[in-house]
Design a protein. Structure first.
Length: 179
């Protein structure tokens, strides 16, 4: 794991997930690198499965995918099969719980209610993915540089898996916060 530092003379407001360092009147942005890829945000994949746990439907989640934030939001706001299924069915998203929504022109607008910010709302083809088996789902996570995988299972709720390949706990479940 490495780091990438970029400097800008102008202000780059609202770079979410990037640590800003001000030195000598220059702004530096710290961007985490994993497997030679710059990662801006803690990437996650959200999935649900049927009772057999053989078919998984999932969507990519870009920002704040760590258990203390995304794990909590999934439990608080998407804690049953209907809500989990509806969330994932919308496809890939920037974030599952925010007050901004994309417009077709790519800009976002502020709204009064919280909910997901789907890439499809700005015109991208970002459908939910179907995987046959957990191995295929983990391959998809690897392809996307995902650090956490959340799976909603009937009768047991949300489970979080560590998908950080550089971590000794890769593939193991991560504790979710109590809500």
């Amino acid at each position: 794991m490495g780091a990438l530092f970029l400097s800008f003379n102008t202000s780059c407001a609202n770079l979410c997930g990037v640590t800003t360092i001000l030195a000598n009147n220059l702004r530096f942005y710290y961007i985490k690198q994993v497997n030679q890829r710059s990662i801006v945000g803690t990437r996650a994949r959200i999935a649900f499965t049927d009772r057999s746990a053989k078919v998984f439907t999932s969507a990519y989640h870009h920002w704040d995918g760590y258990p203390l934030w995304l794990g909590r939001k999934l439990q608080e706001h998407y804690g049953n099969r209907t809500r989990a299924t509806k969330l994932v069915a919308g496809g890939d998203m920037s974030c599952c719980w925010m007050t901004k929504r994309w417009q077709k022109d790519g800009c976002d607008i502020e709204v009064s209610d919280y909910g997901p910010q789907y890439y499809a709302d700005r015109g991208e083809k970002a459908d939910a993915q179907i995987c046959l088996g957990m191995e295929k789902l983990l391959e998809l996570c690897e392809q996307d540089g995902v650090e956490y995988l959340y799976v909603y299972k009937p009768y047991s709720g949300w489970k979080c898996y560590n998908t950080r390949q550089y971590d000794k706990n890769y593939g193991q479940t991560e504790p979710l916060p109590t809500v």
